[in-house]
Design a protein around this ligand. Structure first.
Ligand SMILES: C[S@@+](CC[C@H](N)C(=O)[O-])C[C@H]1O[C@@H](n2cnc3c(N)ncnc32)[C@H](O)[C@@H]1O
Length: 289
């Protein structure tokens, strides 16, 4: 277990790998249960920071929070009338945007009741016909199998998954044969840096090949950028090759892949550096058969 440091610069040389007895024995469902509590705890904080703005935005007909890159990819895949599922949809703003771009039936899945409630409120405020289901992705009922033309996974979702291959298996099961998977994510190379290190943001702190999760107890207030003592949560580093291998292992054939210099998270000072690693990527795959 790697604990991300709260104080930086002076203590980076003493980064500790923590192997608590209890955590050594944590299983997939223990990690997701802990993460659910941390996200539920964050829901009222995000509501206070962002919700009024989102309500105002989605009350405008046709509003989209998607950036030009993801919008162009979705248009290239073709979303008009398509049935779309989003995994880890948070407050629903991305899926509501997809719906506003012309999608058909839209269903968002997220483990946090608090965020699903916000998603439903946003949909109601905009009169947007999307449904939202509070569930662990690993426990999505099989009734949803093979019922979507497109599954989207965007911005800060994969890292919460203790078992990436199984997570991508769920995505594959949800797709109709010939359906599309779209991933638009933070680049995993960012896990090598300490996110709060403003003094030396490009200093390498962690191995690209680490297999232990990061443990964080300083919260999820990425809108207000304030730290608070939070429930523990666990972030899993997945190499790009693991993402690609996970797709291939689940019958998802790679159609397009691109790396970008822009930041799609909202919390790393690397985004201001003229010299920078890849910060985000997109991947499009389709379900064979
Ligand atoms: C950073 S948000 C990313 C979502 C969206 N792209 C956004 O920017 O709001 C991560 C979401 O993953 C959800 N999540 C974490 N683990 C999950 C799990 N096992 N099953 C379903 N959702 C999960 C959290 O509740 C949270 O809403």
């Amino acid at each position: 277990m790697i604990e991300r440091r709260r104080r930086l610069r002076t203590d980076v040389v003493s980064v500790k790998i923590r192997n608590h007895r209890t955590e050594q024995h944590m299983q997939r469902d223990d990690y997701t249960a802990a993460n659910r509590q941390a996200w539920d705890e964050a829901a009222p904080i995000h509501r206070e920071r962002k919700f009024a703005e989102l309500i105002a935005q989605f009350s405008e007909p046709g509003h989209s929070c998607l950036d030009p890159i993801e919008t162009a990819i979705l248009r290239r895949i073709g979303i008009d009338g398509k049935d779309v599922a989003q995994l880890c949809c948070n407050n629903g703003r991305e899926l509501l945007s997809v719906k506003n771009l012309g999608a058909g039936r839209c269903v968002g899945f997220d483990i946090s009741e608090g965020f699903i409630e916000q998603a439903r409120e946003l949909a109601a405020a905009g009169g947007i016909d999307c449904s939202f289901v509070a569930t662990d992705i690993y426990a999505i009922p099989h009734d949803y199998d093979e019922s979507f033309d497109l599954v989207t996974i965007t911005i800060g979702a994969l890292g919460w998954m203790p078992d990436l291959t199984e997570f991508l298996a769920v995505a594959a099961h949800l797709l109709k044969p010939g359906g599309w998977l779209f991933i638009y994510e933070q680049h995993p190379i960012l896990d090598m840096f300490e996110p709060g290190d403003t003094a030396d943001p490009l200093a390498l702190r962690y191995s690209y090949f680490q297999t232990e999760p990061f443990r964080n107890e300083y919260g999820l207030d990425y809108w207000g950028k304030a730290r608070y003592p939070s429930k523990p949560m666990y972030w899993f580093h997945h190499k790009l090759s693991d993402v690609i291998a996970g797709c291939l292992a689940n019958g998802l054939a790679l159609e397009a892949f691109e790396e970008y210099p822009h930041d799609i998270s909202v919390f790393t000072p690397i985004a201001e550096s003229p010299i920078r690693p890849p910060m985000s990527y997109s991947l499009v795959a389709w379900k064979e058969g």
